[in-house]
Write a protein that binds this ligand. Sequence first.
Ligand code: AMP
Length: 632
Amino acid sequence: MGSYSEFHRRSIEQREAFWREEASRVHWHKPFSQVLDYSRPPFARWYVGGETNLCYNAIDRHLAERAAQKALIWISTEVGEEKSYTFAELHAEVQRVAAMMQALGVGRGDRVIIYMPMIAEACFAILACARIGAVHSVVFGGFAASSLAARIDDARPRLMITADGGSRMGKSVLYKALVDESIRLAKSPPEKVLIFRRGLDPKLQMVAGRDVDWAELAPKHAGARVPCVWLESNQPSYILYTSGTTGQPKGVQRDVGGYAVALASSMERIYCGRPGETMFTTSDIGWVVGHSYIVYGPLIAGMTTIMYEGVPIRPDAGVWWKIVQDHKVSVMFSAPTAIRVLKKQDPAYLQKYDLGSLRYLFLAGEPLDEPTHVWISEALHKPVIDHYWQTETGWPILSAVPGVERTKLKFGSPSFPVYGYDLRLLRESDAADAEDNEKAVVAIVPPLPPGVMTTVWGDDERFVKTYFTTFAKKMVYATFDWGIRDAEGYYFILGRTDDVINVAGHRLGTREIEEAVNMHPNIAECAVVGVADPLKGQMPLAFAVAKNATGLEAPENRKRLEKEVMETVDRQLGAIARPRAVHLVTLLPKTRSGKTLRRAIQALAEGRDPGDLTTIEDPGALEQLKNALAAA
Ligand code: AMP
């Protein structure tokens, strides 16, 4: 064990030597000629000229030593099934799916949208894309048809892979029907859709000439041998869409080699996962955590990974701890909202199972409040590590790094900058470095480390403009988070600097939700803000102005319109974006130049002082807001 601060310093000051050493953790078919090409800032190209493959590193490389070890354990408490696959079996399944995809015309560089529930076949599809050099774009199953259509038009996939449905809290969620709708809305739909049928949609309709039944195609490719396609390190591996302040989601693009190295390194240094052990990440494959630490990370590390379809409290609140016991999980990764859900249940469930194998619980995705951090640490008697990252970075930005040094944990803090990140706290006004205990913008001085996004899919200019132009004087990557560092060097994240909100760890842009609310034919304009929620961290709240207010004095008419607006949001974006309430007003608080005073609205909604409102055009708007909130 060395000193972490020394380790971190070396990763910045001797960047190339450091990352050259870390690169030996992955298999290179052809060695790289240059560790880093930073000739075109802020674009960083890692391991130039090197050739590798993510699927090879995740599966093939382990076959000599671990062919009979479990690679993937799929557990569904929704449909009451459990299945496991050894590395050899996963190798066969992935090759079969790769052959199926090739038969459907997919080749190197083609995009494949995967819109699937948490089933093993989703994992096969992801790895099969990586194997043949196709670029996957996994879309979270909670998104609605028009969100999916926007992603189709941006990625222009050759193939979409879906299932008839998923299941949540015992209820079927139909995926294929939603895919049909999204393809109807899309301008550049794929020619083929591959469908895995689980028997969850008895009314499923196949579209002749377009839809292909997985069960019919799979037997034709049993035993297929599909070699890995070697890719130059900087080729795209995947696109993952994420919300920002505009309505148009951004396609976060990642490379191959840098990502493989960052994951291999973090698995040992941050997560302390050892080959042959088991990792249980409770996220969804549709999120970045699922990509990095359900699928690629643990497999690259030679670990068994658990993929779980279900919720943490069904059949009871002990289900996750039973999994830890039964599968001897050594590393677990979850999100604060899930822990807050468990906190409301009987604590006896935590004593019921033998958690002796568990070394660490990692939490990320949203702020971890101190009481929840204290509660779960005491209940588990294990270190609970809060760590901070973004879809863009693909792996943590701030974390304890116990594989290098077991530093003291502080409740409410994700500890220190992760090695490779030249992290700064910069004053908003002049980009100067902030003092200790001074709130400032969390920024990263480029080049960004391996594993972090390389560009916005199809739009280099947007990448630069979105992330590197916050400060006029310095070209730094802005995280759009506020942070603070204490005198001991521990960081604390204090929320977003932009109009992005975080609902149970899911990132949503308030603009996106406003656009969805405005799709209702009787809504003229609206303002959506995030308000604090004890369980989910934040929830959207909408204030909307009706085009035609006739009849809206009657409470039942208002209720009906509010309900219709919520349904519109469900249809446009999905239920995760549904506002907690829609308040109908006739006026929104705006400045004289017409800007909606979102921060004042948010303050009022959270019962705080809205601050200086001298720029407001019509104070009557605030009164309406207060009355609407009081009546709720
Ligand atoms: P996403 O890319 O959807 O994972 O969202 C990333 C955002 O989630 C960050 O910019 C933060 O605002 C928030 N976030 C993620 N992890 C943490 C954490 N450990 N503490 C506080 N906020 C976090």
